[in-house]
Design a protein around this ligand. Structure first.
Ligand code: FES
Length: 274
């Protein structure tokens, strides 16, 4: 067996019986653009989120805005910002332990195992395949049937945890309307938190696992009208899941950035009410 131009041996596009084409691909459009853009977008988010998660500073602003990257704030270090912690402080205050170490790993796993992100990073990072009609560099294909990719099946369980974390983010957005001394207030930060949490719900509710929870394994929709109605709503959201996946990465960064800028005194939160 000799290696071929694609480095795939006599398999895949080089299998016996397939047309002998030496060019890597016959596509003449800029097929590399989507995977390249995906790589850049995901790397920006990962670098930003990592830096912020370990910064342990500027996570609570105006005594009421908690950034989603620090929610729930359960480290003993959260005591530096009175009012930031609503669910107890029990994790050790250590530079290598994020203040939201209880939620961040599950949020990461929820996104990492997401059907859309899987497609995105398989194509952009593993080039498997990079695009339609572009041969992948791998000689064998086992899909997600073996370790470690078989663990992607745990996505359905991370979905339930993501729902809990979205509820906590919703709680953060609601309690942010109450200032410890001024009472009920509305600032631009409230709108930022609200928009962020609304879009997080769109992303979470549009999950394929959520769609299955709503209408999966039913033989007759007519016998389950409520589940059928919920399934149609989730299906409508599900068609935009990839869009929500990207929008929420952007809104998470923008929300965190807003809280960090207010907390550091770089900008002032504009009060609209109160
Ligand atoms: Fe994307 Fe579940 S499929 S979050």
């Amino acid at each position: 067996m000799t290696a071929t131009a694609h480095g795939t041996g006599a398999r895949g596009v080089d299998s016996p019986g397939r047309a002998a084409i030496s060019a890597r691909t016959l596509r003449s459009d800029r097929w590399w653009l989507p995977p390249a853009a995906t790589t850049v977008g995901l790397l920006i988010f990962v670098v930003y989120a990592t830096v912020r998660a370990f910064q342990q500073q500027y996570f609570f602003a105006d005594e009421r805005y908690l950034t989603p990257f620090y929610s729930p704030c359960v480290s003993l270090g959260c005591a530096s910002e009175p009012g930031a912690s609503h669910f107890g402080m029990f994790l050790p205050d250590h530079p290598l332990i994020p203040y939201a170490a209880l939620s961040l790993p599950f949020l990461l796993l929820f996104r990492l195992t997401c059907y859309y992100y899987r497609k995105a990073y398989y194509r952009s990072f593993a080039l498997s395949p990079a695009a339609c009609a572009v041969p992948e560099p791998h000689g064998t294909y086992t899909g997600e049937t073996r370790f470690p990719l078989v663990l992607q099946n745990a996505h359905r369980y991370f979905f339930y945890l993501a729902v809990v974390i979205s509820l906590i983010n919703t709680y953060d957005a609601v309690v942010a309307f109450r200032h410890p001394t001024d009472g009920f207030v509305v600032g631009v930060g409230n709108l930022v938190l609200l928009v962020n949490v609304a879009l997080l719900w769109c992303y979470t509710a549009s999950c394929h696992s959520c769609r299955h929870v709503m209408g999966g394994r039913l033989t007759h929709f007519s016998k389950h009208p409520v589940r059928y109605r919920l399934w149609t709503w989730v299906s409508a959201l599900n068609a935009r899941h990839a869009t929500f996946a990207w929008i929420t990465l952007a809104t998470l960064i923008l929300t965190d950035l807003y809280v960090a800028l207010v907390a550091s005194g770089t900008i002032t939160d504009l009060r609209l009410v109160g």
